[in-house]
Write a protein that binds this ligand. Sequence first.
Ligand code: GAL
Length: 373
Amino acid sequence: MLAQRPPMGWNSWNTFGWQISEDLIVHTADQMKESGLLDAGYEYLVIDDCWALKQRNESGRLVPDPIKFPNGMKAVSDYVHSKGLKFGMYSCAGTMTCGGYPSSLEHEFIDAKTFAGWGVDFLKYDYCYKPQNIPGHILYKRMGMALKNSGRDILFSACNWGSDECDKWIRSSGAHMYRSTGDIQDNWQSIKNIALSRMDKECYSAPYCYDDMDMLVVGMYGKGNVALGGCSTEEYKTHFSLWCMMDSPLMIGCDIRNMNEDVRTILMNKELIALNQDPEGRASYRLTQWNNPEVTILIKPMSDGSFGIGFFNFSDSDAEGSLQFWDMGLETSSGYSLSLRDLWEHEEAGVYKENYTCRLKAHACKVFRAKLV
Ligand code: GAL
């Protein structure tokens, strides 16, 4: 069964936009394998918008652009699979994709068959140019039905940006993950807005259908298609920690052929990924500090009885993070303390009774795995 855990992979859009090609995909596949990203869990390699010719062929099928993909999609898919990766593609529920290419409206079943024939394992399904006369949920239900009956297991990644109150119905369309916000940009304000907009909505994300807070911008440093400003390494750490703690799919968006050491360290932080990939898939709940509402504490219940605990400073100045254990249900009279392990420093941070307090730089975070002792 697909999407038992939040899907992980790489997507071409954030950095490359329309500038995609077989060459890029082949080298990215090589790099996913050689860099250790695949071993860390990143298994889907997804080609986003702008891969097709503007016209379908005479049998009504989508055709890959022969300049970008001279050997067709089956060849690309075979290469991706030969590296032990899974292959993802993109289409749209409206009359055209957002980039102006042919979409799957009224072609859902034939397109699902085409994708299955190319060995596609993942379909991102966008929402641009949606016709007025058909409710959006029907369009996602149609494609969900078409994919399930395509003869291949294809993970369905819905992308209607959280519109039409999709939290309420998208799971029943068959979607395995669904975009709940507008497009991310490579800057702090965008990361902050997306994260805050998805707080207190943890009930909507669970195994087999996860809340997708959009692709990661970690490592873009202001270069590429959505690179509007860039972030510091510290901000990328906070971004990655939030996406892990909130059970978002982890889809890398930077150019992994040129990752620096900081970026590798962030994307391959196995202790943080373990929070995200916990089998029970319980997304974090929020505690707000009464004395500083811009410091958010997230608590993620893990299947082994431990907790992920994250302190996030959304403010523009240094701040204190302080957790009273009583606020997460742990009373002093229980006799328990919390033993904290720092998941960025990869070391034990001590045993605490009743509360824990730390200092956080602007836009920074601390994330712990906490065990009752
Ligand atoms: C947007 C979508 C982006 C990207 C883009 C392609 O609607 O949110 O993630 O897929 O379309 O044109």
